[in-house]
Design a protein around this ligand. Structure first.
Ligand code: FMN
Length: 190
């Protein structure tokens, strides 16, 4: 599996006492556009698992290339739960208030629709309640062969042509810092 390159997210939610919990997660995927559904796979013996299931709503922050340190931080099993967000700028997601990491490429706020046990993980299907809906040219953080990499460009000879045959439109949108209220999440694409 280490040969499969993936993006990197931090999945977050709030505990019953209102304190934040987060975990680095690359098993994140878009499932359906209508209705808008995404899925995360969360290890059952991790600390996030019971908190996420109890919270019902959660956020996914898609990390930018310059956020590798956050990817490392939220994957460290020895991190102190109470201090894991110390010095990490966040903004509350609009519906449930799960912390969204400032500077992320984009974010989604989700409500749990269904949980399927799958071996030592649970597949958590979430309905997208809100998303940043912005575009940015900032490079994504990529995880490959246990290393964080900076995805700066394509090796595809058709560079500039989208996989669906459309043209890349250079974005003039500012990079998201604080989360914005949702645009229609169905506007997003795989
Ligand atoms: C790049 C990367 C991606 C990861 N993706 C996942 C994932 O998709 N699901 C998961 O359960 N753990 C994943 N992990 C492992 C958790 O982040 C790690 O076990 C973490 O310490 C669990 O935190 P917790 O025990 O506080 O829940 C990933 C780790 C890294 C470095």
């Amino acid at each position: 599996m280490s040969h499969f390159a993936s993006g990197v997210t931090v999945v977050t939610c709030l505990r019953a006492d209102g304190s934040p919990q987060g975990m680095t997660c690359s098993a994140f995927t878009s499932i359906s556009l209508d209705p808008p559904l995404v899925m995360v796979s969360i290890r059952r013996d991790g600390r996030l698992h019971p908190v996420l299931l109890a919270a019902g709503s959660w956020a996914v922050s898609v990390l930018a290339a310059d956020q590798a340190e956050l990817g490392r931080r939220f994957a460290r099993s020895t991190r102190d739960r109470a201090q894991q967000f110390e010095g990490v700028p966040t903004s509350p997601a609009p519906s449930g208030g799960a912390p969204v990491l400032d500077g992320a490429l984009t974010w989604l706020e989700c409500r749990t629709e269904h949980v399927t046990p799958a071996g030592d993980h649970s597949l958590v299907l979430g309905r997208v309640l809100a998303t940043a809906g912005t575009e940015t040219d900032a490079p994504a953080l990529v995880y490959h062969r246990r290393r964080f990499l900076d995805l700066t460009g394509a090796t595809d000879p058709g560079r500039g042509t989208r996989a669906d045959g459309g043209r890349d439109v250079p974005s003039t949108s500012p990079r998201p810092g604080a989360p914005r209220h949702a645009t229609d999440p169905r506007g997003s694409s795989h």
